[in-house]
Write a new protein. Structure first.
Length: 579
């Protein structure tokens, strides 16, 4: 697994915000102006009414300040909203790029449900925070403006009010510290919840068949839901308790101001104005304090997103196309290559593949065989450059495949269908005539009646597992890459089409110059291969021409070098219609 230092929360926030700082500064400034203008309206009206001011002056200045306040609120809201959505979009792109370009071993170690939780829940929390940010800035500015006016009215009374506000703030801060821990714990439980969501969707068949599995899965889901509810309830209780203490401190401050004002013989009108302005600040204070849970939740989410850097690292530069190609792909080889999985609890000795010495020449058909758990899939990932060898080298045309850009260029030589493949809902047409070629491939693969092509989009329903693999095979044909790797592709095919696959499709691909690497357990078809490589316990135990005893009774027509038509259980294969 890649060693990467995690990024701090503040550093991550600044790195994300830095490209948009001018707009962010505008939003903050506009929000501040709104708050100050609102406070100025209150201060101006109080002063004018106290001194018996001119109605004309009030008619001129109040609308002007109102326009400034409304304009600032609009500009600040739009600017902060745009910055927030830019930041959220940047986070989504950054996370997706990290996941798409990170070493496969890191992705597998990070666990899909945790990554989905970050991409969905954490980014959603940050988006909600950015939407509410403008209102919090305005509230903060109103509080600052009002307290500035209070200091101008009476410095002694302002000090009393400031001490009371500070006391309430400290009480709220104590609740916030505990609350942040509660939000972080609740966010951690979201991973378990995300896993159970995937289990009831991806495992829909299994939980309907197995009552014990269904009950256990639902118990895990209900447990996660209950733990999240409990943690958030306790956290919010702390927040609201802190808010109640803050309000108590506020009203105690009003009493203290009233008492000190009488003791200092402050003018009744001035004292009334002071108390009025101070009372007005409770609304902005409550709005600001009410946003604290959202800030804490956003901090917990940002901490998780930043922590992803310690698992899969920053988003790397996307390798671009290389003119002429870095590799011709005449040979691929592993030289003394090993790969050791990291140790996990209850498995003191992790699985180790290798050392492996294997060379495959262009145009060969190589079958990779072995028992389950022998290391076939790990070997494939090493051959593809998806895993970096713990020791030894991956070579192409005698050249080591090392840097990430080299590995990406190297992998473009391969078209692959893994055993646990993902079926995309579109096809990539890279050349003129690919749409017609795809339609022909669908007919050849006997699924044209179940699959519709609308431009490059695939519309398919009711496909069996084997038919879904045939649909994935269409893209392999369109890729026109020199190496084709198929991981137990035929395992889910019916016997008739399995015969077509081994006796017609693979030989035809070989005649078209493809290098074929096929993981197979079908020993009756081993004669199709030029070589059979057998693995056992992570080591190659046999590598050579297929044993003649594995040849099936049914002999091929002629020498097998030319195309033929095969009747197999009523399925007619037409090599001339194949890509």
């Amino acid at each position: 697994m890649t060693e990467v230092r995690p990024v701090g929360v503040l550093a991550a926030a600044w790195e994300t915000l830095r490209p948009f700082w001018p707009l962010a500064a505008l939003g903050v400034a506009a929000g501040g102006i709104t708050g100050l203008a609102t406070a100025a309206v209150l201060a101006f009206l109080h002063g004018e009414l106290q001194d018996g001011g001119s109605l004309l002056r009030m008619a001129l200045f109040v609308p002007a300040l109102a326009v400034v306040s409304v304009a600032g609120e609009f500009i600040g809201g739009v600017a902060n909203g745009r910055v927030g959505q830019h930041v959220v979009a940047a986070l989504r792109r950054d996370l997706a790029r990290r996941v798409a370009a990170a070493p496969l071993a890191d992705i597998e170690a990070a666990e899909p449900h945790r990554l989905l939780s970050m991409l969905d829940v954490d980014v959603g929390v940050l988006s909600a925070f950015t939407i509410n940010l403008s209102g919090m800035i305005v509230s903060l500015a109103v509080i600052a403006g009002c307290f500035g006016y209070l200091a101008w009215l009476s410095l002694p009374l302002f000090l009393v009010a400031a001490l009371g506000a500070l006391a309430g703030f400290r009480l709220q801060l104590a609740a916030n510290r505990a609350g942040i821990e509660g939000f972080a714990a609740a966010r951690a439980e979201q991973d378990e919840l995300q896993y159970t969501y995937r289990a009831i969707i991806d495992g829909a068949k299994e939980i309907r068949i197995g009552r014990a599995r269904r009950e256990r899965t639902m118990a895990r889901l209900e447990g996660a839901v209950e733990r999240i509810r409990g943690r958030l309830s306790s956290t919010l209780q702390l927040y609201f308790g802190g808010q109640a203490c803050n309000s108590t401190a506020f009203f105690a401050t009003l009493g203290a101001v009233l008492g000190v004002g009488h003791w200092l013989s402050v003018d009744s009108a001035a004292l009334a104005g002071f108390l009025l302005v101070l009372t007005y600040t409770k609304g902005p204070i409550d709005r600001l304090v009410g946003g604290v849970p959202l800030v804490a939740d956003a901090m917990a989410s940002l901490r998780r997103v930043a922590g992803l850097g310690g698992e899969i690292g920053p988003a790397p530069a996307v390798p671009g196309p290389v003119e002429g190609g870095l590799f011709a792909g005449n040979t691929v080889a592993l030289a003394g290559a090993t790969f050791a999985f990291p140790s996990v609890p209850n498995q003191p000795v992790p699985f180790v593949l290798g050392p492996i010495d294997l060379s495959i020449r262009r145009g060969e058909t190589v079958f990779l065989v072995g028992r389950n758990g022998s290391g076939k899939t790990t070997l494939l990932k090493l051959l593809l450059g998806l895993y970096r060898p713990s020791a030894g080298e991956l070579l192409c045309d005698g050249r080591p495949v090392g840097a990430a850009s080299d590995a990406d260029a190297y992998r473009q030589l391969f078209s692959v269908i893994f055993f646990d493949y993902f079926l995309f809902d579109d096809l990539i047409f890279a050349a003129d005539g690919d749409a017609e070629a795809a339609a022909g491939a669908l007919r050849r693969l006997e699924i044209a009646d179940k699959v519709q092509l609308r431009d490059d989009r695939v519309i398919a329903g009711g496909l069996s597992t084997g038919q879904r693999k045939r649909l994935a095979f269409v893209q392999v044909l369109l890729d026109r890459r020199p190496f084709v790797l198929l991981d137990e592709w035929a395992a889910d095919q019916d016997p008739a089409f399995r015969e077509v696959f081994y006796r017609d499709l693979l030989p035809e691909l070989k005649r078209n110059g493809k290098t074929l690497i096929v993981v197979s357990h079908d020993d009756r078809y081993f004669d199709v291969a030029d070589r059979v490589v057998e693995l056992e316990a992570g080591r190659i135990v046999a590598d050579g021409a297929p044993d003649a005893r594995t040849r099936p009774v049914r002999q091929r027509r002629g020498d097998g070098s030319g195309p033929r038509d095969t009747e197999a259980g009523g399925i007619r294969a037409r090599p001339d219609a194949f890509i």
